[in-house]
Design a protein around this ligand. Structure first.
Ligand SMILES: *[C@@H]1O[C@H](CO)[C@@H](O)[C@H](O)[C@H]1NC(C)=O
Ligand SMILES: *[C@@H]1O[C@H](CO)[C@@H](O)[C@H](O)[C@H]1NC(C)=O
Length: 330
């Protein structure tokens, strides 16, 4: 008898047989096993990454050749900080700080304390952002209630021990400089030659017993703390450098610079080969003894041409005919 394949005993493709159940179960088991080992996923990621790398390789690139095993922050000495407090968004702040970073020994860090305006202005510069990333430079807007928008408020800040606790922890040597002070690259001395001094700046007179003018000065924070530990500055009294000066000078064991030869900077009294200058009020309030003699002025600019960065300059040929070049006319 002929049997049709459909009606016959031979099973159709969807018929359930023991063999098929076995196959289905083993397939399910295989998938389940596979799901226990999620190794196929990283394989896909690796493939993706390889393709991404390939794409990146095709982009024009700059070769960055630094050693990433060195933590850049380790390159700096946490106890040495150069600080500038400047709320005005002056146009020369960026080149000025970049230059100062070059002449101050490399292990020093820099702190710029500013207003929102001056800090925002600084942050526009890619070079500034670069130094921020490496840990060399910090830009700060002090939180409330700190204020720096007048000289008196800066004096209050610098004579408040909490400023050192909160913003300069671990700092022992503080180079305080201003937008109108500068170190001279021609100086044979290094800032590190002054580390044993407690407070050293510029003398106010040739016979000054204490070169404490603070526009460009190096202070030891432990000494500052000693002074602030027993005395508080009255508001609207002496400028902070004079106030500290009077007290550091009489502090037992303190090493302070006296006279012209030991000074770190020139402001009111000239000395050849000095490490730096503070030109009061950006050059609008110059000391006659330093700047009036024409030959001396020429020597100063030859020795420290960087001064042109912080002073308003006028070309020789722009001089009025009756100007005798010594600050007097006619
Ligand atoms: C930081 O500098 C001071 C003074 O030069 C030095 O005594 C100290 O050992 C330095 N610290 C580090 C971590 O290098
Ligand atoms: C000095 O000024 C600060 C604000 O800058 C104020 O908090 C403090 O009370 C003032 N001190 C005195 C003694 O008036």
């Amino acid at each position: 008898m002929a049997t049709s394949p459909i009606a016959g005993a031979s099973p159709g493709p969807f018929a359930i047989t023991r063999t098929r159940i076995f196959l289905l179960v083993s397939l399910a088991l295989t998938w389940w096993f596979a799901s226990l080992f999620p190794h196929y996923k990283p394989a896909i990621q690796a493939q993706f990454r390889a393709r991404l790398n390939e794409a990146i390789m095709k982009l024009p690139s700059i070769k960055v050749d630094w050693d990433t095993s060195v933590d850049l922050h380790d390159a700096y000495n946490a106890s040495k900080v150069a600080i500038i407090i400047e709320p005005r968004p002056l146009p020369h702040l960026v080149p000025h700080i970049l230059y100062m970073m070059n002449v101050v020994p490399p292990e020093w860090r820099f702190v710029f304390v500013g207003s929102k305006e001056s800090v925002t202005g600084m942050e526009q510069a890619a070079a500034v952002r670069h130094w921020q990333m490496t840990g060399k430079l910090d830009l700060m807007v002090l939180p409330e209630p700190w204020e720096i928008d007048s000289k008196e408020k800066v004096f209050r800040t610098l004579t408040d021990i909490r400023f050192y606790d909160e913003f300069l922890p671990g700092v022992e040597w503080l180079l305080k400089y201003e937008a109108d002070s500068i170190l001279c690259a021609n100086s044979e001395a290094s800032l590190n030659d002054w580390l044993s001094w407690d407070f050293v700046g510029a003398p106010r007179r040739a016979d000054d017993h204490f070169a404490g003018n603070g526009g460009l000065s190096l202070r030891r924070v432990s000494t500052i703390r000693r002074v602030l530990g027993f005395q508080a500055r009255l508001n609207d009294s002496d400028p902070e450098d004079e106030w500290f000066g009077k007290r550091v000078y009489v502090l037992p064991g303190a090493k302070v610079a006296s006279g012209v030869e030991e000074a770190l900077a020139v402001e009111d009294v000239y000395r050849e080969g000095v490490m730096g200058f503070h030109v009061r009020d950006g050059g609008n309030n110059l000391a006659d003894g330093v700047w009036r003699p024409k030959e001396q002025r020429k020597r100063i600019f030859q020795y420290c041409p960087e001064l042109t960065m912080i002073m308003d300059m006028k070309l020789e040929r722009e001089r009025c005919p009756e100007d005798r070049g010594n600050g007097l006319m006619g």
